[in-house]
Design a protein around this ligand. Structure first.
Ligand code: XMP
Length: 331
C-alpha cells in the first residue's frame, strides 16, 4: 500500500525533526493506540524511545507476556515492565463501588507511571525530554466537552491531561490527526499483528470492572481463564453465510465474574461454585448496542468448556440486555 508507506515515511520524518536526538518515554498499555504510537515512534527513533508498561494485574490471560513478546521480542524496542499487580490488589482490597474502583486504578496507574518516568527524566542532559501518547483524533474532539462521567475517567486514565507538564516533558502525539481505522491500518503496515490491531476495545481499568464488587486475585484468575475460552471460541466459530468469525461479527465480547455461588452437580458430588456471564454486543458507536444473537452451538461449546476446564465456575449465563437501558460493561 503506497499511500500508507508514504504516510509512514512522512510521519517518521516528522518525528525525527521534532525530537532530534532527545529521549522519549511512552506509556504502553497493550491497547491499539499506544501500541501503534510505540511502533511508529520506534520506527523513527529506535532506542531513543523507552516504553513503560505498567501491568496492573487486571489484564487478560497472557496479555502482559504478549505485549513484551511483541515489542521486545519482535520489534526490539526498549520496554520497562512494571509488575504492579500486588500493589493494585492491595489498594483495591475491600472496595466494591465501581467508580471508586475506577478512581483507584486510574490514580494508581498514574502514580506508578510517574515514578518510572521520573527515573528516566532524572539523568540530566541525557534524561528523557518527551512524553509520547497515543492520542487519536476522536480523543482530541472529545476533550472539547466530556460526555459522561465515564468519559472523564477514560481520559484521566489513558491520555493523561497535565501529565507532561507535571513531569516537565514536551508532548509527542503522532496519531493526533488519525481516525481509529487509519490507526489500525497504520499498525498493520508497521508490522503489528492484525489480530492485535483489530481487537475489541478493552477498558483501562481492565478486569477491575468485570469482576463485580470487590476485586480478588482468585476471581481475576478464574475470570481470565473463562474469558480466554470465550474469546477463543468466538474466533473459531465462523458464520456460514459471511465466512467471518463471530469475533469479527461482534463489536465487543467478554466475560463478567459474578461473586455469587450456585449449586451444581459433578460426577457423584455436589458443587457450590461461582457464576460467570458472557457478554457480546454489536454496535457502531458504543453509545447504543444490541446484544449479539450468537449461535446456540457456540454458546453451548463455550459453557461446556468453561465448566469443564475452569474448576471453581459451575454456571455460565448469557447477557441478553441491550444498551440502553443496560450498559455494555456491568460496572
Ligand atoms: P458502557 O459500559 O458505558 O461502555 O456501555 C461503553 C464503552 O466504554 C468502555 N468503557 C471504558 N473504557 N475506561 C475505559 O477505558 C473505563 O472506565 C470504561 N468504562 C467503559 C466499554 O468497554 C465500552 O467499550
Amino acid at each position: 500500500d503506497w499511500v500508507m508507506r508514504d504516510h509512514i515515511a512522512e510521519a517518521v520524518e516528522a518525528i525525527r525533526q521534532q525530537v532530534g536526538d532527545e529521549e522519549v518515554i511512552l506509556g504502553l498499555s497493550g491497547g491499539v493506540d499506544s501500541s501503534v504510537a510505540a511502533a511508529l515512534i520506534h520506527r523513527a527513533i529506535g532506542d531513543q524511545l523507552t516504553c513503560v508498561f505498567v501491568d496492573h494485574g487486571l489484564l487478560r490471560l497472557n496479555e502482559g507476556d504478549m505485549v513484551m513478546d511483541m515489542f521486545v521480542g519482535q520489534l526490539h524496542a526498549k520496554v520497562i515492565r512494571v509488575d504492579a499487580s500486588e500493589l493494585f490488589l492491595g489498594k483495591l482490597a475491600g472496595v466494591s463501588d465501581p467508580e471508586a474502583k475506577r478512581k483507584i486504578i486510574g490514580g494508581e496507574f498514574v502514580t506508578v507511571f510517574k515514578q518510572e518516568a521520573a527515573k528516566l527524566t532524572s539523568a540530566g542532559a541525557k534524561g528523557a525530554k518527551w512524553l509520547a501518547q497515543g492520542t487519536i483524533y476522536p480523543d482530541v474532539i472529545e476533550s472539547g466537552g466530556a460526555k459522561s462521567k465515564k468519559a472523564v475517567t477514560i481520559k484521566s486514565h489513558h491520555n493523561v491531561g497535565g501529565l507532561p507538564e507535571q513531569l516537565g516533558l514536551k508532548l509527542l502525539e503522532p496519531l493526533r490527526d488519525l481516525f481509529k481505522d487509519e490507526v489500525r491500518e497504520l499498525g498493520v503496515a508497521l508490522g503489528l499483528p492484525p489480530e492485535m490491531v483489530y481487537r475489541h476495545p478493552f477498558p483501562g481499568p481492565g478486569l477491575g470492572v468485570r469482576i463485580l464488587g470487590e476485586v480478588k486475585k482468585e476471581y481475576a484468575e478464574l475470570l481470565r481463564r473463562a474469558d480466554a475460552i470465550f474469546i477463543e471460541e468466538l474466533r473459531n466459530f465462523k458464520d456460514a453465510s459471511s465466512g467471518k468469525s463471530w469475533y469479527d461479527l461482534t463489536s465487543q465480547a467478554f466475560t463478567v465474574f459474578l461473586p455469587v455461588k450456585s449449586v451444581g452437580v459433578m460426577g457423584d458430588g455436589r458443587t457450590y461454585d461461582y457464576v460467570v456471564a458472557l457478554r457480546a454486543v454489536q454496535t457502531s458507536d458504543f453509545m447504543t448496542a444490541d446484544w449479539a444473537e450468537l449461535p446456540y452451538a457456540l454458546l453451548k461449546k463455550v459453557s461446556g468448556r468453561i465448566i469443564n476446564e475452569v474448576r471453581g465456575i459451575n454456571r455460565v449465563t448469557y447477557d441478553v440486555s441491550s444498551k440502553p437501558p443496560a450498559t455494555i460493561e456491568w460496572e
